[in-house]
Design a protein around this ligand. Structure first.
Ligand code: 5RP
Length: 236
């Protein structure tokens, strides 16, 4: 691997590679979204092209992962064409000690939750900066909402104690639009004490498609870190 001077990039590359090394031939693989999952997709493609892996099909969690899978030569399938998913590899924005997650930094959490939840083994790949004692400490909670329901959902999220803001585009005027054509509200909760309950409560609000709390979904969390100047991988 080419050396680089960016420790976060190195951690992401190494942990993506470590997860890609766990993929076995003859399997259906959920392909996550974000910069860390992108490295895993690249390495799975490399292993396929070297003949180290055979007979893999991927289920993309976003337009991004679909494009990357095509670029790196991973054949793709859809959920109606398969019986199950053997392994999924995906990133996260926060991971707590119970392996609960906040996801959705890339606005892809709805499809990610569908694919990651279906996998027999869901491996989360993160750099050490994503580890938190409590969810919501450093990252806002993303909520995907159908466009006509944005105002009432924002009101309801405020009543639940959150501070909601509509996610705006970068290098694009107006809000972020998801792969499904919806909008994302990012919510700051000062007391995210019961993620399991909050996940269900938010998903019960009319107009909400899915929120970024992933409670009890992750099987394995691989953490990329730098120790004594060298990248290391550990399992949480
Ligand atoms: C996208 C996600 C990503 O997995 C999450 O934002 C982590 O991204 P990165 O690996 O770039 O830090 O949930 O919706």
């Amino acid at each position: 691997m080419a050396a680089n001077n960016d420790p976060v990039k190195t951690m992401k590359q190494e942990v993506g590679k470590a997860a890609a090394d766990r993929v076995k031939s003859d399997s259906v693989v959920g392909l996550g979204s974000g910069s860390t999952a992108a490295y895993a997709i690249e390495y799975i493609g490399n292993r396929l092209s070297k003949g180290e892996l055979k007979n893999i099909v991927g289920v993309p969690t976003s337009f991004q992962s679909e494009v990357l899978a095509k670029k790196f030569g991973i054949p793709l399938t859809t959920l109606d064409a398969i019986d199950g998913i053997d392994i999924a590899i995906d990133g996260a924005d926060e991971v707590d000690p119970q392996k609960n997650l906040i996801k959705g930094g890339g606005a892809a959490h709805t499809r990610e939750k569908v694919v990651d939840s279906l996998a027999n083994e869901f491996i989360v790949v993160v750099d050490s900066g994503k580890l938190v004692d409590k969810l919501g400490s450093s990252f806002l909670l993303p909520v995907e909402v159908i466009p006509m329901a944005v105002a009432p959902v924002m009101n309801s999220l405020s009543k639940l104690g959150g501070k909601p803001e509509l996610r705006m585009g970068v290098k694009k005027a107006g809000p972020v639009v998801t792969d499904q054509g919806n909008l994302v509200i990012d919510v700051k909760f000062d007391n995210l004490d019961n993620p399991a309950e909050l996940e269900k409560t938010i998903n019960n609000l009319p107009g909400v498609l899915e929120n970024g709390l992933f409670v009890g979904v992750a099987d394995i969390v691989l953490v990329g870190e730098i120790k004594d100047g060298k990248p290391e991988i550990r399992e949480l």
